[in-house]
Design a protein around this ligand. Structure first.
Ligand SMILES: Cc1ncc(COP(=O)(O)O)c(C=O)c1O
Length: 403
């Protein structure tokens, strides 16, 4: 049974939810699919090339690289496998440490664990909800020393801090320029988990291109989808080659012989999924515009409600506004849960942010930092329906019918 919540929610906030602009929204984020997708999928099936080799994979990679302004894009079976391959390309080994932000989807930490390494979660900053560059600096400065080969050795465990992963939460760019400077200063490779931030830029540069590599996810709930899929973007040809090699069973090129120089993975994106991706890329500009419109609608709707603030892009950085969210100014976890319960009562799909990594059962025994900011963000943020389709359900409709 849904707990009674009436007393804990300010009346203007309750009223705002009762007059929610997108009644009938299904799920937090559903994909936009139509005739273009059907045409490309049907063409792909007719070609017979449905697996991991085919013209759509090549085209998707080249169009992705061109959209992001990246030298290379390597399509993968998911964002998680893209992270795994990128970490392996940075030579993350069993026993190493990799710094991650406390606020991220668990896949970021999972990819570290898949390398046999340990995720060290550090606190995030208030504005972007991303890794705090000051905390990162302090971690390297006070908790690591320079090893003989230039790597950073973690004093407490003796392990090598091999890489840092920065995440652009809900599509909002973190302070990636400052994070990149800290990584540079301490000589630690930077990987960007841009799973959620396709179409987000900092200083005109696409998120994902500030370190040695970045990754996108094309899971069904992302801005564009390939059903399931991801990619690694990089400007470094050696990284692109390594990712491609490891993701295709590390096969040594040969006209007919099968030999493999290391233990590789079958992580390539199938042509069928890439066909869907090519169709989705054609929609991307319209989808990005729709996400901005949904954000502006929420801003108008919740603008006068004193107890909440609509989560907005950090000053001076351009967000794709993938997933909309509000932050409760008061009341902590109890107030958040009351709002989530009200959503359940009213049939509005809402959810909390992910549990901070140090609180996730699988990662509780890690050597994490103190995370007061991450905890307060987790306690106060509520994600709202963000599918472009909801613009059609608003009255008057803000979006035309899909093609
Ligand atoms: C921040 C973040 N990292 C990684 C992933 C993993 O991507 P995928 O689901 O494609 O494996 C996701 C999304 O699912 C994500 O939101």
């Amino acid at each position: 049974m849904t707990p009674r919540t009436t007393t804990e929610i300010p009346s203007d906030l309750r009223a705002a939810f009762e007059q929610f602009p997108f009644q009938g929204a299904e799920g937090l984020h559903t994909p936009e699919l139509g005739n273009v997708e059907k045409t490309y999928l049907s063409d792909c099936i007719d070609s017979g090339f449905v697996s991991s080799v085919g013209a759509y994979v090549d085209r998707f990679e080249s169009e992705l690289a061109s959209f992001a302004g990246a030298g290379f894009a390597v399509a993968t079976s998911s964002g998680t496998t893209a992270l795994h391959l990128a970490l392996l390309a940075a030579e993350v080994k069993p026993g190493d440490l990799v710094v991650v932000p406390a606020i991220t989807f668990v896949a970021t930490a999972n990819a570290v664990a898949h390398c046999g390494a340990k995720a060290v979660a550090l606190d995030v900053e208030e504005e972007s909800m991303g890794l705090d560059p000051k905390g990162l600096f302090e971690f390297f400065d006070s908790e690591t020393t320079r090893g003989p080969d230039g790597t950073r050795l973690h004093t407490a465990t003796g392990a090598v801090a091999r890489a840092v992963i920065a995440v652009h939460v809900l599509g909002h760019p973190c302070d990636i320029v400052a994070i990149a400077e800290v990584c540079e200063r301490f000589g630690v490779p930077l990987l960007e988990d841009a799973a959620e931030s396709m179409g987000s830029f900092v200083d005109g540069i696409h998120t994902g291109l500030f370190g040695f590599a970045g990754i996108f996810s094309f899971n069904g709930n992302k801005t564009i989808t390939t059903g399931g899929g991801g990619c690694v973007v990089t400007n470094n040809p050696l990284v692109a080659d390594r990712v491609r090699h490891l993701g295709t069973t590390a096969r040594i090129p040969h006209p007919f012989e099968f030999d493999h120089d290391v233990v590789g993975f079958n992580y390539r994106m199938p042509n069928l999924n890439a066909a869907l991706g090519c169709a989705q890329l054609e929609r991307l500009p319209a989808l990005l515009t729709a996400h901005q419109e949904i954000y502006r609608s929420y801003l108008r709707h919740f603008g006068g409600v004193d107890s909440v603030e609509v989560v907005s892009q950090p000053q001076g950085r351009q967000s794709n506004y993938w997933l909309q969210a509000i932050r409760l100014r008061r009341g902590g976890r109890k107030a958040r849960d009351a709002v989530l319960s009200l959503g359940a009562e009213l049939g509005i799909p809402m959810r909390p942010l992910w549990k901070p990594i140090p609180l996730v059962e699988a990662y509780r025994d890690g050597v994490h930092g103190h995370i007061p900011v991450a905890t307060s963000i987790y306690d106060s943020v509520v994600c709202l329906p963000s599918s472009p389709a909801i613009l059609r359900s608003s009255s008057p409709p803000l979006l035309g019918a899909g093609t």
